[in-house]
Design a protein around this ligand. Structure first.
Ligand SMILES: [Zn+2]
Ligand SMILES: [Zn+2]
Length: 173
C-alpha cells in the first residue's frame, strides 16, 4: 500500500515540477528577455522576426550561431531552477525540459505544413497553451501573441512592453 502511495505522490510531484518549470521558465523568458529585447535590443527581432527568414527556419532548423544564441538566451530561464527542481523530482525536471524543447519545435516547425487539429486547438485554448497558430501571429506582428508556452502571459507582457517603450522613449529624449 505504501508503495502505491509513494508512486502516486512522486508522480504528482513530477507533474508539479513540470508545470512550475514551464510556468516560471516562460514567465522569466517573456518578461526578462523577450519583451525587453523587443524594446531595447535588435538581436531577437533580427533573428526571430527577420523578413527574409522563413518561419520554419527559426532556431530549430538553422545552424546560424546568432539564431542559436537567441534560442539559448531565451531558454536560459528554463535552466536556472534546475538545481532546485532536481531535488524535488529529477523525473519531473527532465520531463519539463523535454516538453519545453518539444514545444519550441512544435510551435515553429509544423504550423505551415500541418495546421493544428481543431480538437487540439480547443484543448490548448482551455489550458491556455500557445499553439503554433497563435505563435505564428507573434512572428508576423511583434506587438501581439506573447507567451511562448502560456497564452495568459500575453496581456501582462503587452502592458510590460508598452511600459518599457514609454521608458525608452523618455530616456532617448
Ligand atoms: Zn518563435
Ligand atoms: Zn518576439
Amino acid at each position: 500500500m505504501s508503495i502505491i502511495v509513494d508512486i502516486i505522490s512522486s508522480g504528482l510531484l513530477a507533474l508539479l515540477v513540470v508545470f512550475l518549470l514551464l510556468l516560471l521558465g516562460d514567465f522569466l523568458s517573456t518578461f526578462l528577455y523577450h519583451v525587453p529585447e523587443h524594446v531595447f535590443g535588435k538581436f531577437h527581432i533580427l533573428v526571430h522576426h527577420g523578413k527574409n527568414r522563413s518561419f520554419l527556419h527559426y532556431a530549430v532548423l538553422t545552424k546560424n550561431p546568432l539564431v542559436l544564441l537567441d534560442g539559448i538566451l531565451g531558454a536560459l530561464p528554463y535552466f536556472v531552477f534546475i538545481p532546485w527542481f532536481w531535488r524535488i523530482s529529477p523525473v519531473g525536471t527532465i520531463l519539463g525540459l523535454f516538453l519545453g524543447e518539444l514545444h519550441v519545435v512544435w510551435r515553429h516547425v509544423f504550423v505551415l505544413k500541418y495546421p493544428t487539429h481543431r480538437l487540439i486547438q480547443k484543448i490548448c485554448r482551455f489550458f491556455f497553451i500557445t499553439t503554433p497558430e497563435i505563435h505564428f501571429q507573434h512572428h508576423q506582428n511583434a506587438m501581439v501573441a506573447y507567451g511562448d508556452i502560456f497564452t495568459f502571459f500575453d496581456r501582462p507582457a503587452r502592458i510590460w512592453l508598452n511600459f518599457l517603450k514609454s521608458v525608452s522613449v523618455q530616456t532617448v529624449r
